[in-house]
Design a protein around this ligand. Sequence first.
Ligand code: F6R
Length: 609
Amino acid sequence: MCGIVGAVAQRNVVPILIEGLKRLEYRGYDSAGVAVIDQACCLARTRSVGKVRELEGRLDAHMEGATGIAHTRWATHGRPATENAHPHICRKTVALVHNGIIENHEALRRAQMQLGYEFTSQTDTEVIVHEIYRRLEETADLLAAVRAALPSLRGAYALGVITNREPGRLVAARRGSPLVIGIGIGEHFIASDVAALLPVTQRFMFLEDGDIADITRDAVTVYDAQGARVERPVRHSELSADAVARGEYRHYMLKEINEQPRAIADTLENRIGVDQVYAEAFGPAAAGLFADIEAVQIVACGTSYHAGLVGRYWFEGLANLPCAAEVASEFRYRKPRVAPHTLFVTLSQSGETADTLAALAYARELGFARTLTICNAPESSLVRGSDLVLMTHAGPEIGVASTKAFTTQLVALLLLVTALGRSRGLTAEGEARIVHLLRSLPGQIEQILGLDTAVQAWVPFFTNKQHALFLGRGTQYPVAMEGALKLKEISYIHAEAYPAGELKHGPLALVDADMPVVAVAPNNTLLEKLQSNLQEVRARGGELFVFADSDNDIHEDPRTHVISVPPVDDLMAPIVYAVLLQLLAYHVAVSRGADVDQPRNLAKSVTVE
Ligand code: F6R
């Protein structure tokens, strides 16, 4: 949700800022902008609607400066327009980029207008730059001005601020939105995400909530929420700049779909032995803490929530633990009854999703026994705020549509289910079986990716459709939900998922020749039931597209298309079949000319409510 980059260096920082923006574009791409303090000590700014390449096209070749900030926007307050793009500037003196939402912006705007401040945008952000300018007039010190201005803001922010009155200084602050400082040699940077800065550094300092950082070429000084000077550790990132490059692939999403065998293998590495899941995988304290757990509450958003729904079947079926799964935006506003000894589990690719973070904070108030996060972003707010952490090692996920994060979350959930199930009836043989299945999973996914051509053959049946239905039963119901979400978010085809048994309670009325019906049909105890449901569709003239286990008795006919999937154990089926639905959504979106990696109206990391 909006990406920020900033730099203080001895060299011209414009190329660094633009490269950083390109790497942050997954966070928002409604508009973009850059501002630097130029050689004449003036603020020079360029902004543009659309993607970073549009901004790049507009840049004056002479725009240069050693201190600068830049921003890629996902619009909240104020439509995508040049005047709403960041950086915002007050009286040619202070420039600012912001990620987050200022909730009291209307009241501040009214007060500032009375003081004679002119507004050039409809954003909630512009009040911050005026507030800082006002304090700069009083203090003549950018750090003091930012510090004095922040208490008047209600809401979430990550900020980068510069002024031409102090050309070699960049002040950054965060509350509720992520911000990281990149440590260079004789130069320093800020960004919403380490990915933006990998071409210039691999050393990072992660700001805590409430921190303000005073940054020059030679020093980074951090103050905590109480104003005390604090040391934040500098960490070395294992990521290379190439890890976030698209390489030979046409889209990040395709690259990330194909990375799943490796991502799953990496997530399993050092977590499983020959026949068992290592308890240490969850941290040294885990074994003791797990012994007391009597129930599980999963909370997440979007794709991560779908992984949680699959997890619910596993916690109850394998670990004998009552489990509920809920979307974070609902959970955080409800008054749930918390059973004693309930483990609160969050799932998140980014670790920065605002609703999930708020739900975690709420869980603490509600008195959950322990919190655990399954997350893909080291050092993210969820990771830092949870008692226990199980990282998915999917690597950076750049495509807005989540793929490898989902399948690695499922793998991580199975590890957790196994570790918790041990003292609740899961036998050593049962555990060994799960471990063996997990070990062969990367190879199985590799095989499934070989069905890509068969999936592509279905694409013409979907390209011009307006709607699609997805059906599944048991653990395949959340997989169908995930397939529908993938299709709608990147191809803009309206898609809904139903547990197949629900068809006759309403959705069957939608079935006609224009409504392709996709079904996931692995070999399991519900297969016969699913087959009857598919008959119901057929009998009403619907056209079926079935991913079916090759051992299944589902035959092709002119209105039943079948892709035969190599046999897979029921436990692994949600992971394997999800990959096929990802491929389907991807190819359909490409055939419709959609912007697969950056679908309209969406952003990768939803750091605002
Ligand atoms: C869909 C998608 C979103 C995210 C959701 C949660 O493809 O990516 O639905 O899953 O915004 O994000 P995380 O997992 O970062 O908390």
